[in-house]
Each structure stands twice: as structure tokens, then as C-alpha cells.
Design a binder for this molecule. Sequence first.
Ligand SMILES: Cc1ncc(COP(=O)(O)O)c(C=O)c1O
Length: 363
Amino acid sequence: MQIPVARPAIGQDEISAVTAVLESGKLAAGQNVAEFEKLFADYCSTTHAIAMNNGTAALHAALLAGDIGHGDEVIVPAFSFIATATAVSMTGAKPVFVDVNEQTFNIDPQKAEACVTPKTKAIIGVHLFGQPFDVQGIQHICDSRNLTLIEDAAQAHGAMWNGEKTGGFGRFGCFSFYATKNMTTGEGGMVTTSEKVSAERLRLLINHGQSEKYLHTRIGYNYRMTDIAAAIGIIQLKKLEKFNNRRRKNAEYYNTHINVKGLLTPFVSPGMHHVYHQYVIRLTDEFPMKRADFIEYLKAKGIGTAIHYPLPIHHQPVYAVANEPDSCPISTSLASSVLSIPVHPLLDQKELAYICDVINQVK
Ligand SMILES: Cc1ncc(COP(=O)(O)O)c(C=O)c1O
């Protein structure tokens, strides 16, 4: 048995939709992009959604639309995918790394507040692994300090806090549709916002700063989504609830069937609707195996795993400052103790039971 840690769920309907676009001859941004944007904005209960070519572009464009640049600081969690921070650096602003909550792995509002300086312009909260961050706590800091809240929802399509979907809490919500995400367009991204002016700025930014045909009023980028990708996105969005329910059921099965000393299953805060982009376990000192040996053991049994993430961002060579005392020790400790096991919607009952059996045999 070979069980990959992640697998895109693509059906005949996505294939037919792509074929139809290819046959139409209109491959770049067009009617499918417009329809996907409308459907996605409705899904997130925002007024606008602007489709892009990936999630990093979405973060970069949102930061620029929020007027963030040289001389500014943006608070970001140290435990996330690198793009959360590099998007800030791409604007010329400085990412300021904040530690995460040890249980949820998400940005810690108290620590974030302690990082605010007169230069702080924004906080990027990441809904990591599919669980919303403490929206209320971070929103409160942003409101009281006049900071822009940006949601990095790259891993959290359809996740909810207090019954409301991610993407609608911040001034901007940024999504990725990379191949292994909860829904995919191959590569793709989206920014949600309810500000008309920001939506107009975003459209300018992602299309060469072009305000009229061949009239360019600011430096812009080519961050547009293709109609091919959007056609896939429209179908995937229709399936998202089904995919997320499968992920949640798979996670529930693990929660109730995995039982090994020293292995912590994911903690879910009250009021959070977790959509399990990843099912991330944590191995404590009591776990009978070293993480590297456990990975090898699972691999030998045909079970794929991944480490999200083996280095916290503040220790990545591109950001690390030599001899600094560790400012984000929880992120550092998580990086050496977490492991993602398969939770994707294509897993069947037999595979789930097998994975639990193999894990429970660890002594
Ligand atoms: C938390 C987070 N932010 C940003 C990104 C960037 O998205 P993309 O890979 O589509 O550029 C990702 C994707 O991997 C992510 O997981």
C-alpha cells in the first residue's frame, strides 16, 4: 500500500471544463475568471474577490494595496510557510516575527501586541493547517492600534471562526490554490476584500498598473489568473464543502483511533471550524521513537508524511540573525517535533484504519 501525504482530487468535470476553455481559444483572463471571482466572494461573504496566479502574489498585492512598503514593519508568525514573510520583504517592508500558541500553532495575540512599534503597519494572521487563528484577539490589536489586518488563508478555504468564513475578517484575505490545497487550480490565488477602492487598486496592481488599455499609472505586475485555472477553480469550489467534510471526518477518525504515548493529536480551540489542510501531530519526549526514525518506519509501511515546517521562518538562512537569543522558542520547538500524516479527501476507510494500526504499533 502506498498512501501519499497529499493528493489533488481532480475529476472528469475539471478535465471537461479545461478542455472547453482550450477549445474556446480564449485562454487568458476572461469569463471564467470573472465567474470564479464572483462565486468566491459570495462564498467568503465579501464584496470583492480578485483572482491571481498564486497565493504569494495574493499576499504581495494585498500588502501593496494596503500601502505597505519601505520603512514599515509587518508582524507575521514565525511558524508558517515562508511566503507569509517573503511577501512582506518583497514590498520593502520588514517582517517582524512573533511566536505562536503552543497548542493551536497559531499567532499569539499577546505576543503580537508586544511586537507593535510606531513603524508597525499591519499584522498577517495565518490560519495555519486549516484552523482559524484567534481572530478576535488579533482584530482587537489591529483596531486599537490602527493596523491593517491581513488574513493568510492559503490553507483555510471554508474554515470558520464563530460560524463565519475566513477571508472576511481582515481588510484583505489571501488564498492559495496550489495543487495540494483544500481546493486547487494547479497554481492560483485570490484576494478577498470588502473595500471597493482596495479592489480597484488590486486590479491595477495585478495587471501592469494599467488603468486603460496601454495606459500605465503605477508600477504593476502580471499576477493574473488564466481562464484555464479559473475553470478548474469554479468546479473545485462547488466540491469544497464535500472535500472539507471528508478531511474533517478523516481527522475525527484519527482523533479517536490514534493512541500512542507521547503523540499529541491536533488541538482545536472552541468556536473554530477546522478544515484540516494538514493533520499535524506532535511528538513529545515520551514518544518511543525519534521523529526521523518514525518517518522512516511509516515510509517502509507505505505511508507518506511531511514536516510542516522543519525550520521556523526566523531561522531560515534568508532571515536568521547570528547569535540572537531565540525570540520565538515555541516555533523552534514545533519545527523539531511536528509531523503531518495523510488527511486528504481521497483516503478511504481501509487506508485510515491501516494508518492508525501502523501508528498504534509503535512501542
Ligand atoms: C500559509 C501559506 N501562505 C502562503 C502560501 C503561498 O501560496 P502559493 O504557493 O500559492 O504561492 C502558502 C502556500 O503554500 C501557504 O501555505
